[in-house]
Design a protein around this ligand. Structure first.
Ligand code: GLN
Length: 539
């Protein structure tokens, strides 16, 4: 069978959830034994989102092979329970870079290099790349941005060309739109969708399926009207009503028969019925918690719900695994002071210190670590959160009052966190951090070992700084155990405090690998510890 291609575009407004719709369709097809992957084409000129701050673009997701990518790749991995890679996220910056590099090498000698055909050819090459690997039956391509944006035009044009170049039964376009409800008129309105489809048609693309985001159910009449005006079959007008959790969307799409319509177009009639047992049992656990806990997420981007996406999702998975509803309370590290730290953190069953960059909010993070350490509150530090746990311990237990990371104080007398050796000569910022999966050897008898249940683990990284090995002996002697190290470089990857009920800091980002069907072990253990702490307080 040749690979099948689904393209997903969005119209009317942004943030309709193309990533969730793409992931949900992928989940349904995967549950029918098809090999599915999803890729995202983003229209901006950055080569990757690694140089964007979370205010611009939410969390930066990191793949096993060390690509800094759009956060939608996190959704793809969580829904499909498979890894994505560098090839799954393409930006306009990457496309132009390839074409311009080729031009300089003389690949187009004598020719004018143009958006059509050179840029569109490179987009098409990348759109087909994963399909050519032979690893997948279906490749879903999400086109970032909203139809009508100037910057996504070359992607739409490439998709138009592919619609003609690929056999009819190998290519399908889904358009996701908004059907708004006007409360004054008490009516759902179809006009924005009609206009959005017209924009696509102007660009030469006819969608096969319309998925309509709506707050109210679509009547049969409205579906018929949308079908008539948008040139699609009535059964291909799909309702996507707001869900209580994104993880229910695959089941909602199944009720709307989205998978069947796609399979019919592809002529795939002999695939099995979906097997969603594992997914449903996760949803059951999620929907029937037996206990509740509250954890603090201490960070500097907490006002933005997308900035710590993978962490929030990992808590949902770990909560379901413990049959516990985890309420995550954002605590802004910039406003945590000596005077208010107790007031802000008392009542928390666990404290997580988030990853981050730069000076803003650092002292607040250090105060939160101290509060957790001194009060026996379950503690979990991720990346910068682990680094600040080391700084706090060095300052308040070792008595090195000026201990700091050289990221913010280049000349500190006690650089307990310092630049990795190979980073000292690196000046280029894009894609040059320690990125992607690295192995870590966990010491037997440690908390980390009891969590993972094995000595050799692998987790994903995104940082330039590390625990300075010159301080390891002093930290160990004072009661901070360095329980995990990279087997090749000796870099410390995990710290813990054995005298504390649950205190762990990790240099890597465990949140990236958590999925509903494979919740991340540290998150699961942290929720469990928070649950115990909560119970012990009630005694
Ligand atoms: N800023 C720190 C570093 O580069 C931590 C990075 C992070 O938390 N992802 O090492």
């Amino acid at each position: 069978m040749s690979a099948k291609y689904v393209f997903v575009t969005g119209g009317v407004v942004s943030s309709l959830g193309k990533g969730i719709i793409s992931s949900s369709l992928a989940k349904l097809l995967q549950s029918r034994n098809l090999r599915v992957t999803i890729q995202k084409f983003d229209p901006y000129l950055n080569v990757d989102p690694g140089t964007l701050n979370p205010y611009e673009h939410g969390e930066c997701f990191v793949t096993e092979d060390g690509a800094e990518t759009d956060l939608d790749l996190g959704h793809y991995e969580r829904f499909l329970n498979i890894y994505t890679s560098r090839a799954n996220n393409v930006t306009t910056g990457k496309i132009y870079r390839t074409v311009i590099d080729k031009e300089r090498q003389g690949a187009y000698l004598g020719k004018t290099v143009q958006i059509i055909p050179h840029i569109t050819d490179e987009i098409k090459r990348r759109m087909l790349l994963l399909g050519k690997s032979g690893q997948y039956d279906v490749i879903i391509t999400e086109i970032g941005g909203t139809v009508g944006d100037i910057e996504s035009l070359p992607f739409i044009e490439a998709m138009r060309q592919l619609q003609w170049e690929l056999p009819d039964e190998d290519c399908l376009v889904i358009h996701l739109t908004l059907v708004p409800y006007l409360s004054a008129a008490k009516e759902l309105k179809s006009k924005p969708t009609q206009h959005s489809v017209k924009l696509l048609q102007q660009d030469g693309v006819q969608p096969d399926i319309l998925i309509c985001r709506t707050e109210h159910k679509l009547s049969q009449d409205l579906r018929k009207k949308l079908a008539l005006f948008c040139n699609v079959r009535p059964n291909a007008v799909i309702e996507s009503i707001d869900a209580d959790t994104i993880y229910r969307v695959p089941l909602m799409m199944r009720d709307e028969k989205l998978d069947e319509i796609v399979l019919e177009k592809f002529g795939l009639t002999d695939v099995p019925e979906p097997d969603l047992k594992g997914w449903k049992s996760f949803l059951d656990r999620l929907g029937s918690p037996e206990s509740h806990i509250t954890v603090a997420l201490v960070g500097k981007y907490v006002e933005l719900q997308d900035a710590y996406k993978s962490i929030l999702e990992a808590f949902i998975h770990a909560g379901a695994a413990n049959r516990c509803k985890v309420k995550v309370v954002p605590v802004h590290s910039e406003y945590l002071t000596e005077d208010n730290v107790e007031e802000k953190l008392e009542g928390m069953d666990g404290i997580l210190i988030a990853p981050g960059f730069g000076e803003r909010g650092l002292e607040g993070k250090i105060k939160a670590v101290r509060y957790a350490r001194e009060n026996g509150v379950p503690f979990f530090g991720i990346c910068l959160g682990m680094q600040m746990a080391v700084v706090e311990f060095a300052r308040n237990v070792l008595g090195l009052k000026d201990a700091m990371s050289t990221e913010v104080e280049a000349n500190t007398a006690n650089p307990v966190i310092d630049l990795m050796a190979d980073q000292k000569t690196t000046t280029v910022k894009g894609g040059t951090m320690r990125l992607g999966a690295y192995k870590c050897l966990v010491e037997e008898g440690s908390l980390a070992y009891s969590i993972y249940g094995k000595p050799l683990i692998s987790e994903r990284h995104r940082h330039r700084y590390e625990l300075n090995n010159d301080y390891v002996d002093r930290l160990n002697e004072a009661g901070m155990r360095t329980s995990g190290r990279n087997p090749e470089t000796g870099l410390v990857e995990i710290v813990e405090i054995p005298s504390h009920p649950f205190f762990i800091g990790v240099q890597f980002h465990p949140e990236y690998k958590s999925t509903p069907e494979n919740p991340q072990p540290i998150f699961v253990a942290f929720v469990k510890a928070a649950l115990q702490y909560n119970k012990s307080k009630q005694k």
